[in-house]
Design a protein around this ligand. Sequence first.
Ligand code: GTP
Ligand code: MG
Length: 173
Amino acid sequence: GIKRKEVNVLVIGLNNSGKTTVINHFKNDEEKVEKTEIVPTVGFSVEKFQNQNLAFTAFDMSGHGRYRDLWEHYYKDCHGIIFVVDSSDRLRLVVVKDELDLLLQHPDVSKRRIPILFFSNKMDCKEALSSVKIAAALGLDKIMDKPWHISASNALSGEGLQEGVEWLTQQIR
Ligand code: GTP
Ligand code: MG
């Protein structure tokens, strides 16, 4: 078959933001699970999918507080980061900001020009903030030394997901 470049992406964000649902969307039909069968991730899960000329290995991390310490062990070896935000969870946006700041300050991230794709997910919820508002709340305009992009998404319908991952693919290849 065609030789594809292998890349590692780290998928992070708070619990219940939709990370596993996002990654499930990109898997082959044979490997997809029913959306209703997706349960909170314990620890992390390694998932594979292809996009254009890239073979992705996604580290789908648990976003639960007790597992967030695991994230940093995967920063060093990842070529890109997908950061999923529940845009309808206004109460926890400050927690998202804290986690993002920790990420950006980490020595394995701060010195690297690693691309970060943000999904402002659950755009279908009526309380959802726009991606512009999420970007402002998280202070994304202050990220000067890394390429970043934010896509509004609905991981249940798939809306916005391909646009986002195409951006990431362009950055990595
Ligand atoms: P952890 O593994 O616990 O960190 O959570 P996660 O980020 O992997 O979230 P998960 O994919 O398990 O989704 C959490 C819940 O949100 C599930 O009930 C999903 O069906 C739902 N969900 C995910 N994406 C969307 C979305 O875009 N819109 C709506 N309305 N619900 C979504
Ligand atoms: Mg999960």
